[in-house]
Design a protein around this ligand. Structure first.
Ligand code: RVK
Ligand code: MG
Ligand code: MG
Length: 312
């Protein structure tokens, strides 16, 4: 069964938003607590009865997708302007990200804030959680993909581990966007070839051998990119044919549930397409001005720009 590029672009953005919104309900809870509450992924999904609202993960992804759809590439100034225009503090941002965006908003030198707030810059998962549109847009150009993922990280995440996390999620989204059939060994071989640090090489080697939920937990559920990017990738590879399992299994790990499910959902949605997202969840995704309909339209705009830059 072949999935169209339009279904993949929509699947990735909506898959990210739905994962973020469902995961957002359980942020910082423990795996023990969640396992007591839910017998498995099905009961987790059936629990959703009312509207689900996304968090900063989707809000920042929207900024990135808008820049790509308008400019055809990530440029520093339009990206900073889009982060500021899309800044909704109540969506719950990382501490460092908030300070950098507020400095941008004030017209201050955000570069100094980005590199000084944390020594060596942030290695939080904030660059990886928002990078999916880069993976979609540059799915057929590996060199550009890596450079643009780096560029999309820079205003807030200058630490090499924060940037590398973004490059790996972008590469995973790109790989599955090109794939009609998921080839696990090939997928991990490619991702490991993109690793620059020993830390990620080790974690992705572990991810490539993850064949159970217990092993998935050992990869981490934290807010640091290294403690969440490999986990999200491994969860997709564990259930490539099920969007629900891909996001449900990481949410049940507890910890940074919104971001784990946002990243895993973006990969799964790009592979399976928007139809794979359970109707129960998609129906309940918020209908705000930048809610479900806007995201669908943004995915189509992103695809149109992709096609325009690839014709002639
Ligand atoms: C609230 C020490 C560091 C560090 C460094 C830790 C939203 C800090 C989303 C920091 C995501 C946190 C998440 C997040 C995304 C990072 N030394 N600690 N060099 N670098 N940390 O603030 O956009 O949920 O504890 O840059 O990456 O849903 O507060 O933000 O879960 O990682 O925030 O890093 O966060 P930040 P972010
Ligand atoms: Mg969040
Ligand atoms: Mg989070």
């Amino acid at each position: 069964m072949s999935v169209s590029l339009e279904e993949r672009f929509q699947g990735s953005l909506l898959g990210l938003a739905v994962g973020d919104a469902l995961g957002g309900r359980f942020e910082a809870q423990s795996a023990e607590h969640l396992r007591q509450r839910f017998s498995g992924v099905e009961s987790l999904i059936n629990y959703v009865a009312d509207e689900i609202w996304y968090t900063d993960d989707t809000q920042m992804t929207i900024a990135l997708a808008e820049v790509l759809a308008d400019q055809g590439e990530i440029l520093e100034q339009p990206l900073c302007a889009a982060f500021v225009a899309n800044y909704v503090p109540s969506r719950g941002y990382g501490r460092g990200a908030r300070m950098v965006i507020e400095a941008m908003e004030e017209g201050e030198g955000y570069q100094a804030v980005a590199s000084k707030h944390f020594p060596g810059g942030s290695y939080g998962n904030g660059a990886a959680m928002r990078v999916a549109p880069v993976g979609l847009f540059f799915h057929d150009n590996e060199a550009r993909l890596l450079e643009q993922a780096r560029q999309s990280a820079f205003p807030t995440h200058v630490h090499p581990l924060g940037i590398e996390g973004a490059q790996l999620i972008a590469a995973a989204v790109a790989y599955v966007t090109r794939s009609d059939e998921f080839k696990r060994d090939d997928f991990f071989r490619l991702l490991i070839s993109h690793c620059q640090s020993e830390e990620y090489r080790e974690k992705l080697a572990m991810a490539s051998e993850t064949t159970s939920i217990e092993q998935l937990a050992a990869l981490g559920n934290g807010i640091e990119a290294l403690e969440s990017v490999p986990t999200a990738i491994a969860s997709f590879a564990l259930s490539p044919e099920s969007y629900a399992e891909t996001i449900g299994n990481v949410i049940l790990l507890g910890g940074d549930t919104d971001t784990l499910a946002a990243m895993a959902g973006a990969i799964s949605g790009a592979y399976l397409g928007v139809e794979a997202i359970p109707k129960r969840l998609l129906d309940r995704l918020e209908e705000s001005p930048k809610g479900k309909a806007y995201l669908r339209n943004l995915a189509s705009r992103l695809l149109l720009k992709y096609q325009a830059t690839h014709s002639g």
